[in-house]
Design a protein around this ligand. Structure first.
Ligand code: LLP
Length: 457
């Protein structure tokens, strides 16, 4: 796909950052160079080297505020937005979302620990996962963290623990609502054929089983239908389906007080993308829950949602340095950068498209050339852009890729023993490190050479 960098001329939507390609503080300085959060990208790379992940605090906070504001505006009952920390988990992100009044969703002991270190209140954390370990379940119970029961295995262990400790445990259950949506099949989770959650057809049995336990109190339902979704109808349907499940649970004596509708709102990665705003998404889901509750004369449950990508993706960029060029006459010119599939596995995994520009010429002025932007890994598919239009550039120039705040650092690897980039936070002309750059030596930390391989001198 052809990418154009004319996006700097786009009108910026400050209220719904997911509708922009770039962080909302992006600007061009007097020398025509890119700045984000008031910081010169060129200066940051001089100081912190490349590749570099950068997060813009203003964009992050505006995204959080948009969810909060819309929930307060459209939903008359209690509500809580929960950040899906798989999108980008760090002590910094946990601390930021806690300061915005958000809860957090975690799927491992590592994400739970990060949330606690960042100061997210335990009562605002939920614990997901289709294969939680015993240790993880115990950790969550000890820390008073709400567990989202995904399957019978979870249920049996929680029943055992609650009986052993002789304490009541509030639980939520996750089910698959049978909703199809148009997104990549790897990130579609709400259809019947999914590894997550209980099938709709099993819920009656499940409600019966839970009502026979001594200490498990079912007080919430969860469903998540997928990610990077641009349609509103699937979430409209979801609200209604969930309220119907509340009614079904009631027949078995369960008083459901919490509905968690998952995340999924898409963001604008390229000019062709046109996601709904955060306001529209929250309004759709709120109205559908309100309508179904009024129709069935039930009180409004506490409404929770779990955005990940739409909180953090647009706030993030990755800056790379250009190295080698290889022209294959009549075919293409490869331009190689100093990172690739280890810091951004999304293009090779989902064929995802991004937008990018040269840091020294963001408007793409002067002559235009088509390039294929390759990463430095030993894999032919390590290509960040199949084709992108950039003005004249040379070895040593910087390229900034937008929309990389979500599912980049959190899905990064050390393939080819390449260290992870540093991550910075920018705001009002100041930059702070939020994750240190790894060094090749760090990567040796967990290697062990068996004694008999160590040469005796
Ligand atoms: N809640 C649950 C239970 C989830 O599984 C997810 C994402 C979310 C919330 C947040 O969804 P979001 O608002 O970010 O769409 N690695 C893929 C995305 C995987 C999403 C996994 N679950 C990617 O890079 O596109």
């Amino acid at each position: 796909m052809e990418e154009k960098t004319s996006f700097l001329k786009n009108k910026i939507d400050f209220d719904s950052p997911n509708k922009n390609i770039m962080p909302i503080t992006s600007s061009i300085d007097n020398e025509g160079k890119l700045r984000i959060g008031g910081c010169s990208i060129e200066e940051l790379v001089k100081k912190y080297d490349s590749p570099l992940y950068i997060l813009d605090e203003t964009t992050l906070r505006n995204s959080c505020k948009a969810y909060k504001k819309a929930l307060e505006r459209y939903y008359p009952g209690e509500s809580l937005p929960i950040y899906a920390s798989k999108a980008n988990s760090s002590i910094f992100m946990s601390s930021l979302i806690a300061s915005e009044g958000f809860g957090l969703d975690a799927v491992s002991e590592g994400e739970l620990l990060t949330a606690l270190k960042g100061g997210v209140p335990t009562e605002k954390i939920v614990f997901h996962g289709n294969n939680k370990s015993d240790k993880e379940i115990e950790f969550a119970v000890q820390n008073n963290i709400k567990i989202i029961v995904d399957n019978d295995h979870d249920l049996k262990r929680l029943e055992k623990i609650s009986n052993f400790l002789n304490i009541d445990l509030e639980i939520m259950v996750r089910f698959t609502p049978g909703i199809e949506c148009h997104t990549h099949e790897y990130i579609r989770t709400g259809s019947f054929d999914s590894k997550f959650g209980f099938g709709l057809e099993y819920l009656k049995t499940l409600f019966k089983v839970i009502s026979h336990t001594k200490h498990l109190k079912l007080n919430g339902l969860h469903a998540h239908i997928g990610s990077q979704i641009f349609e509103l109808d699937p979430h409209k349907d979801l609200g209604e389906i969930m309220v119907n499940v509340i009614l079904e649970a009631k027949k078995y004596g369960h008083d459901i007080q919490e509905l968690n509708v998952g995340g999924g709102l898409g963001i604008k990665y390229t000019q062709e993308d046109d996601p709904p705003s955060i306001d529209e998404w929250v309004k759709t889901i709120s109205f559908s829950v309100i309508k179904a509750c009024e129709k069935n004369k039930i009180t409004f449950p506490k409404l929770m949602c779990e955005p990940g990508r739409s909180i953090v993706s647009t706030a993030g960029v990755t800056v790379y340095k250009i190295g080698a060029f290889k022209e294959i006459p009549g075919i293409r010119t490869y331009l190689s950068v100093d990172g690739g599939m280890s810091d951004n596995p999304r293009p090779i995994t989902y064929q995802s498209s991004y937008s990018a520009c040269l840091v020294s010429n963001p408007l793409n002025l002067n002559s235009r050339n088509k390039y294929t932007v390759a990463g430095k890994h030993c894999e032919s598919g390590d290509v960040l852009f199949k084709e992108i239009e950039l003005s004249d550039c040379n070895t040593g120039d910087l390229i900034c890729v937008f929309g990389t705040g979500a599912y980049n650092l959190s899905m990064s690897s050390n393939y080819n023993r390449i260290p992870r980039p540093a991550a910075l936070l920018v705001c009002n002309g100041e930059a702070d490190i939020i994750q240190k750059r790894e060094s090749p030596h760090d990567l040796l930390k967990y290697d062990v050479l068996p004694n008999r391989f160590i040469k005796q001198s």
